[in-house]
Design a binder for this molecule. Structure first.
Ligand SMILES: *[C@@H]1O[C@H](CO)[C@@H](O)[C@H](O)[C@H]1NC(C)=O
Length: 378
């Protein structure tokens, strides 16, 4: 109890730098006590660090090329953090993303740009590129979409799921991810505690409603979608099916590693059979991917979306080979305005972990660690 109220005081202290009204809201319902033992500075400090941490995380999500791997929160367990500080964090995130710099910018829906960026910036994902372009062509060229567009991205870490989501945001919305029509949910940040699901349900529903009312084409991205509590389904369903609400052509993108083993196995089978990975079709992956989601059972939100036939397109991301990682490395050099040589690209990929043990074919972290390694080279 004492600890909780100390943390609460810490929150009040931090929030003070925001607005007086917010402080008032947080103070409401707060029981006094604990001020005198001097410990609340510790609490305050903890919360501030946490806020900084999550800010870094968002920055990394928005612009990974400018993000050092060391700045990323290593673990999302938040072991020492109370529910109050997490609620503070989510409120804080909502405020930050709704304040000053952010605006309900215009919708640009630049299909040409989308196609161009996918072909230029995404490596080794012929299926994902095709599926994304086709889905958005159909969706955007339909003057009265009957339902929102629901995409589910599947694949290993570092294979380009976040990158593709960002490219979509950048080409469909002016001002990229800063546009307030876009909302990104991180389960570990927004819905961390199983005991507070009822609150999360209300919060999530409110966010979906607010943005759907104010935006002609909202984009909702759920990162780590395999960690979204199933209980939140009731908040999402009305906006996905839009049975009750007014028709808004919303876009939902779920990102997860679910089914990545199945995808990787298909890719490996093709390779072992001496076939090109570009020969892999969406049909080759569809059944194994869906089977592995089905195996997860009803404790996974995507299982429900799939069994209720609510996902329009399952987008598989293939595991990346050395040649693809080298292309990512080249991109990172170019993005930093640095010259590069074939040798530098070789050196960069040499120390990475490739699996399986025998063939050493696929990068275990995709392109994820490449940008960071450039710093070591210099
Ligand atoms: C669409 O994107 C392309 C490629 O990035 C760009 O050249 C073009 O100016 C964009 N069109 C509009 C209308 O913004």
């Amino acid at each position: 109890m004492a600890r909780a109220s100390l943390l609460y005081l810490g929150l009040v202290l931090c929030v003070h730098t925001l607005t007086a009204q917010d402080v008032g809201q947080i103070r409401t319902g707060q029981e006094g006590g604990g001020q005198e033992d001097g410990e609340w500075f510790t609490g305050a400090h903890g919360v501030q660090d946490l806020a900084q941490l999550s800010w870094d995380y968002l920055q990394c999500w928005f612009s990974p090329e400018e993000c050092e791997e060391s700045e990323r929160p290593a673990d999302w367990g938040w072991p020492t953090v109370s529910w109050e500080s997490l609620r503070f964090l989510s409120d804080w995130y909502s405020r930050v993303s709704e304040s000053g710099d952010y605006a309900y910018g215009r919708i640009s829906n630049n299909l040409t740009g989308l196609q161009w960026d996918l072909s230029r910036r995404v490596h080794g994902q012929h299926l994902a590129k095709d599926l994304i372009v086709t889905s958005f062509q159909d969706f955007l060229e339909d003057s009265e979409p009957k339902k929102p567009l629901i995409l589910s991205f599947h694949g290993w870490t570092g294979t380009g799921k976040n990158l593709v989501a960002r490219i979509i945001a950048e080409n469909l919305y002016e001002d990229g991810q800063r546009n307030r029509c876009i909302r990104i949910f991180f389960p570990q940040l927004h819905f961390p505690h199983a005991s507070h699901l009822e609150v999360y349900k209300v919060q999530l529903e409110k966010q979906l409603r607010d943005i759907s009312l104010r935006c002609s084409q909202p984009l909702f991205i759920f990162d780590d979608a395999d960690k979204i509590p199933v209980a939140l389904l009731t908040s999402i369903i009305p906006y996905i099916t839009q049975s009750e609400t007014q028709q808004t052509p919303s876009i939902f993108i779920f990102l997860s590693g679910l089914g990545s083993t199945a995808i990787n196995e298909v890719a490996l089978t093709f390779w072992r059979a001496g076939r090109h990975r570009e020969e892999i079709t969406a049909d080759d992956l569809d059944r194994p991917l869906k089977a592995s989601i089905r195996d997860q059972g009803d404790s996974v939100l995507l299982w429900h979306l799939m069994t209720e036939d609510l996902v329009d397109v399952f987008v598989p991301f293939l595991p990346l080979e050395r040649a693809h990682v080298k292309l990512c490395a080249r991109d990172s050099f170019v993005a930093r305005g640095l010259p590069y040589t074939e040798t530098a690209l070789d050196v960069l990929t040499k120390g990475l972990l490739f699996v399986p043990k025998e063939e050493k074919l696929f990068s275990a972290h995709g392109c994820k660690l490449v940008a960071q390694r450039i710093n070591f080279l210099q």
